[in-house]
Design a protein around this ligand. Structure first.
Ligand code: ADP
Length: 368
């Protein structure tokens, strides 16, 4: 009987519970044993039945309607070291697990791929040090790895949507609707900071959905005088037509053309000094990761969980680790290494100020 374990790792995202539920139940449905690894890679490093737990069908009942991740997530420094991964391999073998599905962002999936590529040398060392038996060495020659992308930022290349992104977008839109009501009463301006790391997806889509006056995203930097003039012209025009509210959205990774960050305080100062607007800053923070998943994320996470189990059962020692993506509304498999590499190249291109390259790289996600 194959034993498939699932973990959630990195920043949490709504919909992770749906993903875990679907993986546990699909695994059992396909005749496998299902395990959860608690607290991300921390659980692998610590090991034992408290951290690598076998799960029954009932254990994940109702999880689709719960926010956060019930199996915990963590950032684990030890797993970045070979010794941590050596412990992880030993603990997986001790628990009898031969496949691992990781739901996380690009960092977590990089770690997963590294773990798989090192696996032969890890188990060799474990055998030599007497930490696993010859039988275990023979039985666990190969570790199957599969990634599903849980991230509110929608920042992974090769997939149109990540699990959690639409829920975070929904939280942002609701919060901006709330703010807009009070802005209207007092005729105020609000500068709203949203998450997204170096990806402007949340800010851009929230800007469209709330018809904000102006947005700042990392992908479209401008010099100080460009954005100041443009923003003030637009806001002044809207005000002159009788609009009582001003909403400006700033992505947390927003930068100006000289690569310095643009903060909500910078924007606040310009709205006050140049337009004399009564302006407030609202940083949405962890509200964006909170609450339950929207229907889209529950659906995405469930379909991708089923596909992740299929992928694990079909892959052999020679198959590259798959990442489960969605392209034009179809659940598809992509090579995990390639997706992570492309995602990192986009981030590097943005940091190197090569925006054309960053956009071209982002576009390649629609090409096979
Ligand atoms: P995310 O998955 O959301 O991008 P992080 O980048 O913080 O979040 O990664 C989550 C965890 O994945 C880290 O705490 C670490 O344990 C593991 N990890 C990340 N990058 C690597 C790496 N290069 N090698 C090994 N493990 C890694």
């Amino acid at each position: 009987k194959k034993a498939i374990a699932v973990m959630t790792s990195g920043g949490d995202a709504q919909g992770m519970n749906s993903n875990v539920r679907a993986i546990v139940r699909s695994a059992i449905f396909k005749g496998c044993r299902a395990f959860v690894v608690m607290e991300g890679y921390e659980g692998l490093v610590r090991g034992g039945p408290e951290y690598i737990k076998e799960c029954s069908w009932e254990d994940v009942r109702g999880w689709s309607t719960e926010g956060g991740t019930n199996i915990g997530t963590a950032r684990c420094l030890e797993f970045r070291q070979r010794d941590g991964r050596l412990l992880g391999a030993q603990h997986l073998i001790e628990a009898g697990v031969d496949a691992l599905i990781v739901c996380g962002g690009d960092g977590s999936l990089t770690g997963a791929d590294l773990f798989r590529s090192e696996w032969p040398s890890l188990i060799k060392e474990l055998l030599e040090n007497g930490r696993i038996s010859k039988d275990q060495f023979q039985k666990y020659q190969h570790l199957n790895i599969c990634g599903t992308v849980g991230s509110i930022d929608n920042d992974m290349s090769t997939t149109d949507a990540t699990i959690g992104a639409y829920s975070a977008l929904d939280r942002i839109c609701k919060a901006i609707d709330y703010v807009e009501a009070t802005a209207n009463s007092h005729s105020r301006a609000f500068v709203v900071e949203v998450m997204g790391r170096n990806c402007g997806w949340l800010a851009l889509l929230a800007g469209i959905a709330t018809s904000a006056d102006y947005i700042f995203i990392p992908e479209k930097p401008a010099t100080s005088s460009e954005w100041q003039d443009q923003m003030c012209d637009i806001v002044a025009k809207h005000r002159s037509k009788g609009k009582r509210t001003t909403i400006v959205i700033v992505a947390e990774g927003a930068i100006s053309a000289d690569l310095t960050p643009i903060s909500p305080a910078d924007v606040h100062k310009v709205l006050v000094d140049r337009l004399g607007l009564d302006t407030r800053i609202t940083t949405l923070g962890h509200v964006q990761r909170g609450g339950t998943a929207v229907a889209y994320d529950r659906m995405l996470a469930t379909l991708q969980g089923v596909e992740a189990v299929n992928a694990v059962l079909e892959s052999t020692a020679d198959t590259p680790s798959p990442l489960i993506a969605i392209n034009e509304n179809k659940i598809v498999r992509k090579p995990l290494v390639e997706s992570v590499r492309l995602t990192k190249s986009v981030a590097e291109a943005i940091q190197a100020k090569d925006f054309k390259k960053a956009m071209d790289l982002r576009d390649t996600e629609f090409v096979e």
